[in-house]
Design a protein around this ligand. Structure first.
Ligand code: GLN
Length: 279
């Protein structure tokens, strides 16, 4: 079978399973199987693929047909300027979260040797993207899940920043180490009851990274409280929030002695990030 026929076959299976991005996903998985980029695929549509490649391709298509996210099948996801290793123990980096990097870089433009803390580091995409841009910053990442810390460790080595990063397995309440110039966090902020209404694909991601309790804010409150203790004078906290949480989170921040520097919308024009500071 040639590449084009295999692509069509994959696309059809995905379409029959109501995957909207059937064509794109089929191409991405083909590219994964034959280890060539999209350009190669377009230029070699009539090239035969080996039987075992076809079998592997159909296997991957079948995983995707069951709604497993592409990033979990290929075990990687591009975020900011880098490629991160992911698996089902970490939240897949979202393009919207890149807003946090933009805001962080704006704040620390002329700064040197800052200490940054990421609460709930997951894959590491937030903290590590900042560390890559700022060569003399030092990072600390905590996560409650040791399996996700394994992934952040892998990513820190892959990106060559492991010598500037400390990782701790800790729940937020028990972490009391250090003082930080900048704290970043994308905590779980989805209401428990809303979790089941989300797209099926999201069911493959760790619930712990998404579930924000009954009102969606139970972890956000903890992050803000802990940040108020661990932040240095004149430090900043940048936090990702749900589209309808801006006012509530602002209130929590003000209560803990932060001032609101900026709120930022995501690509779909939803409130997605609050930048706050401590005097
Ligand atoms: N933005 C993510 C989603 O909607 C949620 C991430 C989170 O809870 N931190 O899938």
């Amino acid at each position: 079978m040639d590449i084009q026929a295999a692509l069509k076959k994959g696309q059809l299976i995905l379409k029959n399973n109501n995957i909207l991005s059937a064509k794109l996903d089929s191409e991405i998985l083909m590219s994964e199987v034959i280890r060539k980029n999209k350009k190669y695929i377009v230029l070699n549509l009539y090239k035969e693929i080996e039987k075992r490649e076809l079998e592997y391709f159909i296997n991957l298509i079948q995983e995707r047909a069951k709604r497993k996210p592409i990033a979990q099948i290929t075990k990687k996801k591009d975020f900011w300027k880098y490629e991160f290793v992911v698996n089902n123990n970490v939240l897949i980096p979202r393009p919207d979260t890149e807003i946090l990097i933009e805001q962080a870089l704006k704040l620390v433009k002329n700064k040197n040797r800052l200490q940054i803390l990421d609460i709930g580091i997951g894959s590491g995409c937030i903290l590590m993207s900042i560390l890559k841009e700022k060569k003399n910053f030092i990072g600390t990442g905590i996560d409650i899940n040791s399996k996700s810390l394994q992934i952040s460790k892998v990513n820190s080595h892959k990106l060559g920043i492991n010598n500037r990063l400390k990782l701790f397995k800790s729940n937020i309440d028990n972490f009391n180490t250090g003082k930080y110039d900048l704290i970043v966090s994308n905590p779980p902020y989805i209401k428990t009851n809303d979790l089941k209404c989300l797209e099926k694909d999201i069911g493959f991601e760790p619930k712990q990274a998404l579930d924000g309790g009954l009102d969606g804010l139970s972890e956000v409150r903890k992050v803000i409280h802990k940040s108020s203790v661990l932040i240095k004078k004149n430090g900043y906290l940048i936090i990702e929030i749900g589209f309808d949480q801006k006012e509530k989170v602002k209130k929590i921040l003000l209560n803990k002695g932060f001032y609101i520097k900026e709120t930022v919308k995501d690509l779909s024009n939803h409130d997605r990030c609050i930048v706050s500071g401590k005097i």
